[in-house]
Design a protein around this ligand. Structure first.
Ligand code: GLV
Ligand code: GLV
Length: 323
């Protein structure tokens, strides 16, 4: 008999088609995240779940559904899942690394360039017919070429962001848990402590996973270390930044600006952020290209299929389950 799976979000059809070759598939058809109760109702009696970062996968949910053998996250980040609790219960967890490295890095660059060159602010003036004509000292911004880019968290995505700086002749600094030989070799990058990075960079870009160690990694103290001409770019997770402290730093011009794709309390943002001209604000679209979202759907489905066949999924977050 075929196993049953539940898909919590409207993922691209290619993922549903793949799953349907192996399982009875039920899914959330509405273009919104499920409430807790809807999620619990949806996953009742299934063998596996294709989840997303907007679903909280915790011990309670696992204990209510002991038949579920795998949670396949449609995301590279997995801060929404209690992987330790899953491991204890011998439940597999997977994610979708690598396929979104380039698109997320491109988004970081889109934010970097947009905030430095005031693209959105200027667009707003044009489309509201407020532009009065060319001015020598209007909409001046920061330079990019030859400047210093600091990467906090030089993993897969951070490395991709750094590599894309090559056309801009930038000096690359990075901090994190370990030294990155690819960045050292290809970009002559420097591995420095985070405070040095914050003090020396013209652009600070965040690419760390969200966990207990990185929650509010960037707060008032860290923002105060940045240059008044520097920009903060966040394509990682909102809670890595103390958003209220960021609003203060932007308001007081302690830093020059911020390009944000993620927020501490999504889909909300801290009051006042929307009023600041020195920000570019996007809606958690780092991986949102047609090709990448399709590739994530294939990857998440492939992981779930392997797991429910009793095989090691390609992107297993807790291979200890097989010990
Ligand atoms: C998106 O935020 C992801 O983690 O893939
Ligand atoms: C600006 O438009 C210039 O020609 O320098």
């Amino acid at each position: 008999t075929m196993k049953n799976v539940y898909v919590t979000r409207c993922i691209p059809q290619v993922g549903i088609d793949l799953l349907s070759q192996h399982f009875h598939v039920r899914s959330n058809q509405q273009p919104r995240k499920l409430t807790r109760q809807e999620l619990l109702d949806g996953i009742k009696g299934v063998d596996g779940v294709l989840t997303s970062g907007t679903d909280k996968i915790d011990a309670e949910l696992m204990d209510l559904n002991p038949g579920i053998r795998c949670f396949s996250n449609y995301a590279v980040g997995f801060d929404n899942m209690d992987v330790a609790a899953a491991t204890q219960r011998r439940v597999l967890c997977t994610n979708t690394p690598d396929v979104l490295n380039d698109s997320t890095a491109e988004m970081a660059w889109a934010l970097l360039m947009a905030v430095a060159r005031r693209v959105v602010e200027s667009d707003r003036i044009m489309r509201t017919r407020q532009w009065t004509g060319w001015e020598p000292q209007e909409f001046l911004g920061g330079d990019i070429t030859g400047k210093t880019l600091g990467i906090i968290g030089a993993g897969r995505i951070g490395t991709s962001i750094a590599m894309k700086s090559r056309g801009f002749d930038m000096q690359i600094l990075y901090s994190g848990r370990r030294n990155n030989s690819e960045l050292d070799a290809k970009l002559n990058a420097r591995f420095v402590d985070m405070d040095t990075l914050l003090q020396s960079s013209d652009f600070v870009s965040l690419s760390v996973a969200l966990n207990a160690q990185t929650y509010h990694l960037i707060g008032a103290r860290e923002l105060a270390l940045m240059k008044p001409t520097a920009y903060l770019i966040n394509t990682a997770r909102g809670p890595v930044v103390d958003e209220a402290a960021l609003v203060q730093a932007l308001k007081s011009k302690q830093i020059a600006g911020a390009g944000l794709d993620v927020y501490e309390f999504e889909p909300d943002m801290v009051e006042g952020l929307e009023l600041l001209e020195n920000t570019v604000l996007t809606t958690h679209i780092g991986s949102a290209t047609y090709a990448t979202r399709n590739a994530m759907a294939v990857k998440a489905a492939t992981n779930l299929i392997a797991a429910l066949k009793g095989e090691m999924p390609p992107d297993c977050l807790n291979p200890q389950v097989f010990d």
